[in-house]
Every structure is written in C-alpha cells, then in structure tokens.
Design a protein around this ligand. Structure first.
Ligand code: NCD
Length: 331
C-alpha cells in the first residue's frame, strides 16, 4: 500500500488536551518545567489553592503523616529550603534537613552525590536537592529509587520556583494569556528566569527581556522563545518596558556564577526599581522577585501594593505542599 494512503488515526492538530489518570506526578521526579503542560499546571494550581484555604482554616493536616522528606542543599538557601520544610510539616510529615550544614555532613569527607542520595533514600520517601552543577538533579534522580525534586541545579533550572512564580501571576492578575511580562537583570545565569520563561511559552504572552549585554538570555533558550512565535523584544533599559508591563520580574545578578569578578562589578548595580520608576508603571501591575534582592528593588517600593514579592514567597509554600502531596500519591 502506498504510504500516503494510510490515514492517521487522529488529527493531531485537534487532539484534546491530555487528561491524566490521577495527576501523573505520583512517584515522579520533578527535574524540569518541561514536565508541566497546561493541564498539569492547572492541576497543581488548583491543589495549591486548596492548600492555602486549608492552612488559613486549620494550619496543618495529617495528609503526609509518617512520610519523610530529605532536604539536601549544597548551595545556600532561605526560602526554598524553609518553604519545603514548612510544606512538609503543615502536611503532617517529617524532614531531615541537610541544608545550611552540608559542611557538617559526609559530603565534606568527599562522599559522592550518588552515595549521599543512595543513603538518604534509605530514610526518606522523597529528596529535595539543590546543587551547583547543571544536570545534577537528573544524575541524583538516576541513582534514587524515591522521587527527587530539583530545587535548583546551578544555572540550569529551578522548576518549583517557576511554578510558584506562574501561580503568583495567575493569583494576582487573574490570567496569563494577554499579559506583557518583562524579565529584568541576570537572564544569563538566573535559573528562575530560565524555568519561568519555558513555562510561559505555553501561553499567549508578550515577553520583554531587559539585561546588560553580557547577561542576555542564553541563545538556546532565546531560540525556544522564537520558535514559540511569541511577541518578544530585548533591551538594556527598564525605562523601555515599565509603562506597558503587567509583570516586572526582577532578578539579582548571580555573583557566584561569574569566573571574572571584575565583570560582575561592571554589571551588578545596573538596575534599581525605585518609587520614581514605579510612578510610570500601570496601576494594576505587579513587581516580582525570586529573592534574595541585593539592591535591585528599593525598600521604599515594598509599601506599594503592586510589590508582590512577599506574597510570592508565601505562594511557594502552597505550591510545594501541592507538589509533595502529588509526588507522594496523596492528591
Ligand atoms: C533563587 C535561586 O536560588 O535561584 N532564589 C530562590 O530560590 N528563591 C534566586 C537567586 O538566588 O537569585
């Protein structure tokens, strides 16, 4: 039979969105945002919403009673580690925190990531890992028999942060489609920017990238943006985007990723969001930041109702509660 005559079983253009049996996340590693299509995002956001209501009503439940999370952080963290710990505790589970003290663990004796992971999985049902090398979360997941959640792999990805960022935009502005989103600062090394940009490619958004020349979005990621055929522009100047932005996503210059510190000094103070700049922005827009900030947003902006970065922090706990419940099969 001629090949052209074989009819496809489905018209792939009009195939409906996948409907997952359960949520499709049970016992899964969470390594990259590429695992999240809009159906799965909607699922996690709905669960995060319920977690917020539950916490506001009763503070904590027993959903993950008897379950243990190992939190293994080879890089500094305040929000990511604390929110995972709070998330597990509010769901009734327990935590092995190897966060601020990796130097006191056997890692400082030269233990490999593989051996540390294979040890922790003897005690824990899920492992959250932050590590300075791109790809390390996948390596850990390859060794582990329990789910591994990537809490930042060097300048690679930070999927749970991107989920809470997207959740925050939706909660604050009520939608994603149609928004103008400007990312400001270190777009080259900022892993939160990489993950959030990839998630946003699934929506009809306009993207504006604001950075110094040497901190532009990596070319491979820019090619993905271009392939998604979104309205996208780059500039060096926040003044070019402030009037039209619905979301201003500000980031810190990632000092720890520079090999030449003189180069860091050149670009570190390029941007500061001030009340004067905010006076030019729309009345209904939000300023976000994954935090920590080191001078990119003036403290006087904190009192502005459009400053969403601390509300964003709280959303991190709800998103991580939803993820832990899903991964541990308690959706
Ligand atoms: C970010 C990170 O670690 O990538 N912080 C966070 O997780 N909230 C951003 C940063 O360190 O600049």
């Amino acid at each position: 039979m001629l090949l052209e005559k074989i009819k496809p079983l489905f018209d792939f253009e009009t195939l409906p969105k996948p409907v997952y049996i359960g949520n499709g996340l049970t016992h899964q590693d969470i390594i990259s945002v590429s695992q999240f299509d809009t159906a799965r995002l909607d699922y996690i956001f709905a669960r995060a919403h319920e977690m917020r209501e539950m916490v506001e009503r009763v503070g904590a439940v027993d959903l993950l009673k008897g379950r243990v999370l190992a939190c293994l952080f080879y890089e500094p963290s305040t929000r990511t580690s604390a929110s995972f710990i709070a998330a597990m505790e509010r769901l009734g589970g327990a935590v092995i925190p190897i966060t601020q003290g990796v130097q006191f663990s056997s890692v400082s004796k030269g233990e490999t990531l593989a051996d540390t992971i294979r040890t922790l999985e003897q005690y824990a049902d899920v492992i959250v890992l932050r590590h300075p090398e791109i790809g390390s979360a996948q390596v850990a997941a390859d060794y582990a028999n329990v789910p591994v959640i990537n809490a930042g792999d060097g300048a690679g990805e930070h999927p749970t942060q991107a989920l809470l960022d997207l959740f925050t935009i939706k909660e604050e502005l009520g939608r994603l489609d149609g928004l103008k989103i400007a990312m400001v600062g270190d777009l080259r090394y900022g892993r939160t920017v990489h993950s959030l940009t990839r998630l946003l490619l699934q929506y009809k958004v306009s993207l504006r990238f604001v950075s110094p020349e040497i901190l532009r979005l990596p070319l491979t990621l820019m090619n993905e943006v271009i392939d998604a055929r979104l309205d996208v522009r780059e500039t060096h100047d926040v003044a070019d985007v402030i009037e039209n932005a619905d979301v201003l996503y500000v980031t810190r210059v990632q000092k720890e990723r520079f090999t030449d510190l003189a180069q860091y000094e050149e670009v570190k103070d390029q941007y500061e969001i001030t009340p004067e700049l905010m006076a030019k922005a729309k009345s209904k827009m939000i300023v976000m930041h994954p935090l920590p900030r080191v001078g990119e947003i003036h403290y006087a902006v904190d009192a502005d109702p459009r400053a969403a970065y601390f509300r964003q922090v709280k959303n991190g706990m709800y998103i991580r509660m939803a993820l832990l419940a899903a991964v541990l099969g308690k959706a």
